[in-house]
Design a protein around this ligand. Structure first.
Ligand code: PEP
Length: 250
């Protein structure tokens, strides 16, 4: 049985006090959602600690939105995976399209970040997905395959067992445009096939999340698909009520 996951990517939103309130709201309503759903929240670095403290004693996990390529040293402004892990984070989002697009992250960068994450016991939520032009050109399968082959294929079997994949078509992120449930299933099944070509039966256990304007009104239809194991949620994760309602989509 694959894990069902609803992960919230808060991006560069919420001041510390607002983040704590949001986390309290999620914790307050958590019992209304099946305990079979694993919730993860990913606040900005500045209030990871406070959110972790707020969620102590709940089953809601916390993740960071990125980590450095290096272990430590003279890298002004960077945050090491060891620092994130020391706070009590369990997950780290890596390869989000906004990082690939605005900060030039490549497979080379991401291989280093993945290594840092695993070396410090963090479970990566590795994002893949195509742009609108790539989708229009029918290249979406190849793009996702390449993003997986160049990074995920370098993992050991043991590391792969802790990996979560998020398929996030760039054209659907923050745009209000959502992939149809059929489009999501088609590419999730393909991603699983690619993973199976390297990791065999273990691919059947890897959670693959859908991300891109996922909201309470469309979550159930998307999550009903066989190879969709939950969502990576941006905008709708900023309201506890909506985030929890997405969890009810299972
Ligand atoms: C995201 O950035 O991970 C995301 C899915 O954003 P949104 O839900 O706002 O489209």
């Amino acid at each position: 049985m694959r894990k069902k996951i609803v992960a919230g990517n808060w991006k560069m939103n919420t001041l510390p006090a607002e983040g704590v309130e949001l986390a309290k709201g999620v914790a307050a309503g958590r019992s209304e959602v099946c305990s079979c759903v694993n919730f993860i929240v990913c606040p900005p670095f500045t209030h990871l600690s406070q959110v972790i403290e707020t969620l102590k004693g709940t089953d809601i996990a916390v993740g960071a939105q990125d980590c450095a390529t290096e272990a430590k040293g003279a890298y002004t402004g960077e945050v090491a995976a060891s620092m994130i892990a020391a706070l009590g984070c369990e997950y780290v989002i890596l390869g989000h399209s906004e990082r690939r697009q605005y900060y030039g992250e490549t497979s080379e960068t991401l291989n280093k970040k993945m290594a840092q994450a695993y070396a410090n016991g963090l479970k990566p939520i590795y994002c893949v997905g195509e742009s609108l032009d790539e989708r229009k050109a029918g290249k979406h399968f190849d793009v996702c395959k390449q993003q997986i082959e160049e990074v995920v294929f370098n993992l050991t079997e043991e590391q792969f067992a802790d990996l979560v994949i998020a398929y996030e078509p760039v054209w659907a992120i923050g745009t209000g445009e959502t992939a149809t449930a059929e489009q999501a299933q088609e590419i999730h099944a393909y991603i699983r096939e690619v993973l199976a070509s390297k990791f065999g039966a273990a691919a059947a256990e890897c959670p693959i999340l859908y991300g891109g304007s996922c909201k309470p009104s469309n979550a159930a239809e998307i999550f009903a698909k066989e190879d969709v194991d939950g969502g990576l949620i941006g905008g709708a994760a900023l309201k506890a009520e909506d985030f929890l309602a997405i969890g009810k989509g299972f």
